[in-house]
Structure formats: structure tokens, C-alpha cells
Design a protein around this ligand. Structure first.
Ligand code: GLU
Length: 421
């Protein structure tokens, strides 16, 4: 899954999707102009003493795209590819995601340009605590609430919570979400993205009279999201025929035993190390182009672009990653009549449960798993229904419909609040 050769600017690519929806909505050009900018972005240097005594300085960001509809909300990414335009694009996507789900939140994102796998646990802790200290004035329960994203997890959130609380002099659990349950995390947050993807896909298949259990699936990316959706689909009877990670892809037309592939991955090996009786190694390019019912891109941005979209043979693309397809790819998918269940709907289970965690933290009242899953299903299926109906009514893609609904809510919020001063 090496970065494709074509250089696609993620921020320009994100704005193109809004532009398409704004045209359909006949959005006021002043509003579009407003939404085309991020509210603020903080760039920080994070000096860390490495275990060998050398000083290394990492680059970090925190960006608020919008606080129009409430405090900003979005993850923190640790990856060697983090850059300012990627963070802006991902913050913008969060604004659209929270607006689509009609959560009283805005959109943000943060990140550090680092490969977390190269750091010891102590180095990672120092990096996280110093990053938190550097961005402390732009985060908080009323301002901006970080969460896990690629390369970060509940341990990182625990350190953010602790650093912030130490500075404030009292525990502030609402400062971030995706924390361990013992310190204000919510049940159901781990696995939330996969659960949400499954609910949305199940509903889509119900509307289209498709039997989810008879479907074959290829999954690009076998990190948190890829593993979660693989497990959900495998348990529901789907045949997972191919999976990939950064080292390569594996194919088994008879269906991979996903519990075993997850076991292989969790013990630190790439998926190509997995021995499947009928399996073979393929390239990431082959995986994206393989004949299957569902393709789940669960890796990074812009993996499906003008150069490979035409090769896709899947009937449904269920986007687990943020922004895995460019607008040009979208156009090709529309021509080929491939259904794309867009990221801001498909992978929104994460931010949905993050919101529930935030609500529980500020109310000091915990919900049980049954309530979490029931309420998430309600929120996601309501958004799905709106998107699906609008796409039928206007004969537009699910993506454009999703952006129209989000864009309309943002435009209305902007109209009510108007400009200060
Ligand atoms: N990083 C996740 C996303 O991209 C979750 C964000 C959150 O929970 O705030 O949706």
C-alpha cells in the first residue's frame, strides 16, 4: 500500500467535494468562501529527549476547521506523512461528519509527523505529553476535543487527559475521547468505526435487496478500522477474500479465516506472513482491482484516484478510511454504477461514540453497551436515511447527498450566527 505516485493535495481534494455539493445546494458564495477556510491552525515544534540521549524535534499541528455548530471535534494522527494540508482536509471532513450526524460539534484534527512504531513507549509518552502542553490553549471540553486516529490509541488519550488535567489542577475527562473506560472512556468506543460501518452497510443492503452474507469482500488496510470491519463482516458470514497492509496483500478465493489473520497481525506480523491453505500474495494494486462485491478502503487518503478507479470491479465501495477516493475517482464510479458509501457516513461510528463519551463525561453518568449501540444505530440510520432519500430524489451520488445535508446545516448555522463583529 505504498503511497501512489500521483501527488494529490488532500486539502484541494476535500474542497472539491464541498464545491460539488454547494453547486447542487446553490449555496451562497460568501458561505462557501467561509467554509473553504479553516478557522485556525497551530503549528508546533515538539522537542523530545530520545532514550539514547539525543534531542529530536518533531513537527505537530492542531487545526480547527469549524466551531460553527459547537466545540471542534477530531482525532490526533501520528504518521510520517502528516502535513499541514492533510490535517486541514481531515479537520474539514470532521466538520462535515458531525454536521451530517447532526451532533452539536464542529470539526478539527491534529497530528504529529512521526512513525510511532519507531519510538519506545517512554519516548511516545514524552512526545504526547509535550504535544499536549504545546496545544493546551486550543483544546478543552468547550473548545476542541481530541480523539484517536491513525497511529494513536487509548493510551495516548490517557496521557492527553492526564497532562491536561495536571495543568488545570483537577480531572477534566471531557478534554478528549477514546480514553480507557477506567478513566472516563465509554464502553463501545473500541470497535465503534467497524460497528458503524456494519450498520450502514446492512441498511444499504436491505434497501437494495442484497444478502450481506453471500458477499465477497476485499479490505485495503488492516489497522484498527480494517480489522474491525473485517471481523464484523466475517462474523456475519461474508467471505473476506483479500486483505492488505503496508507490506502487501493476501488473497484467498475460498475466504480467509479472519480470526487467524487478526491473530497474526496482533502478534506483530504483516498480513503477508499469514499462511492460508489456498492463499497467495498479491499487490495492493491487484487488491483494489479485484472482482468482489464489496471493497473497503481502510487505509489512507486518495488511494482511489483517476489512475486506478477504472480498474475497480467491486459493486459497493464502503469507505472506512477518511477521504480514500478523489472527486475524479467518484466520477468514474458513478459512470460505472458502483455504489460508494461515503466516508463521512460510513466511518462516522467513531465520532458518534466519541460524542456519547463526551456527553457521559460532562454529565458524570455512564451508559451501558446496549444503550451505546442502540443510540449509535439510531443516529447513523437516521443520517443514512436522509442521505439515501436525497440521493434518490435528486439522482445524485450518496457522497454528494451527504455533503449537501452537512453543507446545508452548516450554511444555516452560519446564517443564524452571522459574522462577528
Ligand atoms: N479519528 C476519528 C475520525 O476520523 C474519530 C474522531 C473523533 O472521535 O473525534 O472520525
Amino acid at each position: 500500500m505504498k503511497n501512489n505516485k500521483v501527488k494529490i493535495n488532500p486539502w484541494k481534494s476535500a474542497k472539491k467535494k464541498l464545491k460539488i455539493a454547494a453547486r447542487e445546494l446553490r449555496m451562497d458564495p460568501n458561505t462557501l468562501n467561509y467554509l473553504n477556510k479553516v478557522e485556525r491552525i497551530l503549528s508546533v515544534s515538539i522537542p523530545i529527549l530520545m532514550d539514547d540521549g539525543t534531542l529530536e524535534i518533531f513537527e505537530g499541528f492542531r487545526c480547527h476547521h469549524s466551531t460553527l455548530r459547537g466545540p471542534a471535534k477530531g482525532g490526533v494522527r501520528y504518521s510520517p506523512n502528516v502535513n499541514i494540508d492533510e490535517i486541514k482536509a481531515l479537520a474539514f471532513l470532521m466538520t462535515c461528519k458531525t454536521a451530517l450526524l447532526n451532533l452539536p460539534l464542529g470539526g478539527s484534527k491534529g497530528g504529529i509527523r512521526v512513525d510511532p512504531k519507531q519510538l519506545s513507549k517512554k519516548e511516545l509518552e514524552r512526545l504526547t505529553r509535550r504535544y499536549t502542553a504545546e496545544i493546551i490553549n486550543v483544546i478543552g471540553p468547550d473548545l476542541d476535543i481530541p480523539a484517536p486516529d491513525m497511529g494513536t490509541d487509548e493510551q495516548i488519550m490517557a496521557w492527553i487527559f492526564d497532562t491536561y488535567s495536571m495543568q488545570k489542577g483537577h480531572p477534566v475527562p471531557g478534554v478528549c475521547t477514546g480514553k480507557p473506560p477506567e478513566i472516563g472512556g465509554s464502553v463501545g468506543r473500541t470497535g465503534a468505526v467497524g460497528t458503524g460501518m456494519f450498520y450502514v452497510l446492512e441498511e444499504f443492503c436491505r434497501r437494495k435487496n442484497l444478502d450481506i452474507r453471500s458477499m465477497s469482500v476485499a479490505i485495503q488496510g488492516f489497522g484498527k478500522v480494517g480489522k474491525e470491519i473485517a471481523k464484523k463482516l466475517y462474523d456475519s458470514g461474508c467471505k473476506i477474500v483479500a486483505v492488505s497492509d503496508t507490506k502487501g496483500a493476501i488473497l484467498d478465493q475460498e475466504g480467509l479465516n479472519i480470526d487467524d489473520v487478526i491473530g497474526c497481525k496482533n502478534s506483530g506480523n504483516p498480513v503477508i506472513e499469514f499462511e492460508s491453505r489456498n492463499g497467495e500474495q498479491i499487490t495492493n494494486k491487484d487488491l483494489l482491482a479485484m472482482k468482489c462485491d464489496i471493497l473497503c478502503p481502510c487505509a489512507t487518503e486518495n488511494q482511489l484516484y483517476s489512475g486506478n478507479a477504472d480498474d475497480v470491479k467491486a459493486q459497493i465501495i464502503l469507505e472506512g478510511a477518511n477521504s480514500p477516493s478523489t472527486s475524479k475517482a467518484d466520477k468514474i464510479f458513478e459512470e460505472k454504477e458502483i455504489w460508494v458509501i461515503p466516508d463521512i457516513l460510513a466511518n462516522s461510528g467513531g465520532v458518534c461514540i466519541s460524542y456519547f463519551e463526551y456527553v457521559q463525561d460532562i454529565q458524570s453518568y455512564s451508559w451501558d453497551l446496549e444503550r451505546i449501540n442502540r443510540e449509535m444505530r439510531t443516529v447513523l440510520l437516521k443520517a443514512f436515511e436522509e442521505v439515501y432519500n436525497l440521493s434518490l430524489e435528486r439522482r445524485i451520488s450518496l457522497r454528494t447527498a451527504a455533503y449537501m445535508i452537512a453543507g446545508n446545516r452548516l450554511a444555516k448555522a452560519h446564517e443564524w450566527r452571522d459574522l462577528f463583529p
